[in-house]
Design a protein around this ligand. Sequence first.
Ligand code: RNT
Ligand code: ZN
Length: 416
Amino acid sequence: MNRYQSAKEIYAAYGIDTDAVLDRLASIPVSLHCWQGDDVIGFDHDGPLNGGIQTTGNYPGKATTPEQLMADIDKAISLCPGKKKLNLHACYAIFEEGELVDRDKLEPKHFKKWVDFAKERGMGIDFNPTFFSHPMQKHGLTLSSPDPDVRAFWIEHGKACIRISEYFARETGIPCVMNIWTGDGFKDVPADRMGPRARYKQSIEAILSEPFDFDLVKPCVESKVFGIGVEAYTAGSAEFTLSFAAEHKDKCLPLMDNGHYHPTEVVSDKIPALLCFFDEIALHITRGIRWDSDHVLLLDDETKEMAKEIVRCDAIDRTYMALDYFDASINRIAAWTVGFRTWQKALLGAMLTPHKALAALQDEGRFTELMIMQEDVKMLPLGDIWNEYCARTGAPADGEWFATVKQYENDVLLKR
Ligand code: RNT
Ligand code: ZN
């Protein structure tokens, strides 16, 4: 008997059909963020990344053209098992030679090359208006600015992005999640906390007044507790965005980024809470070290716990999952690959957990046995099932892919 057969029998004793799990896992779309490939810069400006987020590191070979970024994404996805969706930001618009269109005037045609790319690979596309790295941020504010011209510019940008999102959905046949995040906030103690939030609310409502089909476009609002340079206050706090999404359930979802909460709060615990109130939710999956540091996703306890909640709440089809981290200090293709493979492992581990049996112990008040079984499950042969998953999906096994990345680094990245 090979290792998979043996592991399959062990899981079968817990009532788990590993073949069915592997088929299901391969069908779950996970959004791969284009911005890991170039440190969140994009193609529509020369300036630095600013507006509440920061990359650190200067690893050689980052993509600076659409062709390079596409080639790098291709390399990464060839090393990852599972179904991918492409996550784009508006600043990744692709212009003709000499053309430059400002963010309020963006059109679907500026993303046609991305649509071709995604369609050729059978991927859907998610989208994000880019409310950062732009001169129309005034005093660090965009949609919540007291200046009506600033707000109007960014509202037009948001509306343009809704039209582009609908174009993505129609072209690919897959709904487009469009996430609204701004770094609006203040470095130091504000004199007015409600004014910016009232304006932020009106601005997002104005964006969502753009007609769209909610079956095709899934606008989200992402909260954040603080950002670089906006340590004292953010307009889009957790209470703000969650209340906004709850009040606009017919056209907006809440998006939780697990780097965006106080370090002792966990998104795994928030997932089942939101699922009691929303048909669908969205996630940005990242790893914060002490703060929203956006380190590459690893298979740590909270990552596993988030996957477990999605699976045991039977919410795989109600949760839009997207990776969101950016590390400029290591090989960027390896960064994508490690994070994507990690989330696949987390989902696999969650799907191989006997949730019903565990929940029954909880409901029957058998907490001693529950503790014992939860510990026993941790030692089940997940790695053997993972290896089989990689083999069946044509992806390399752990330990077998970095040589390819190193080769690509030598042949391509270091020559840029
Ligand atoms: C920033 C947010 C946001 C961004 C992307 C690039 O803290 O997490 O989602 O990471 O829009
Ligand atoms: Zn995020």
